[in-house]
Design a protein around this ligand. Sequence first.
Ligand code: HEC
Length: 130
Amino acid sequence: MRRFILLPLLLLFASPALADPDLAKGEKAFMKCQACHAVGPGAKTKVGPPLNGIVGAKWALTPGFTYSDDLKAGGEAGKVWDEATLDAYIANPKAVAPTGRMPFFGIKPAAERIDLIAYLKQFNAAGEKQ
Ligand code: HEC
């Protein structure tokens, strides 16, 4: 009988929300972005701009990409993709850029967003893992 009580407790304490970001899970979460975004050496523009060095970068980072007015104006006003802003954008793009044109429904679980941002944070502007 005891083991039926202990097992759920163990699972609770091993839950990702309480642990450090999990880069493997972050990489898996990035699969939701991959149709439109690339990272890594030589990452190219797809439907969306490449995301190398995006954590901490200014909005509308990639020269030549046709951004929405929201992201362009944000970049010109000096807004940056700090972790909190990126988190809000990934949770619900329209909440951060109401007339933006990223066609993405958002990632609801906070732990998944934390893992994903930690995964993205590894890539510097040249696409190298730092
Ligand atoms: C269906 C295509 C699509 C998907 C899926 C998608 N994006 Fe985007 N993303 C875009 C487009 C298009 C833009 C440009 C938006 C604009 O100009 O408003 C963009 C913009 C961005 C930007 C701003 C880049 C900059 O240079 O300022 C970030 C950050 C971003 N996306 C992250 C993500 C992440 C992380 C995911 C996965 C959770 C994701 N996107 C999923 C298409 C997509």
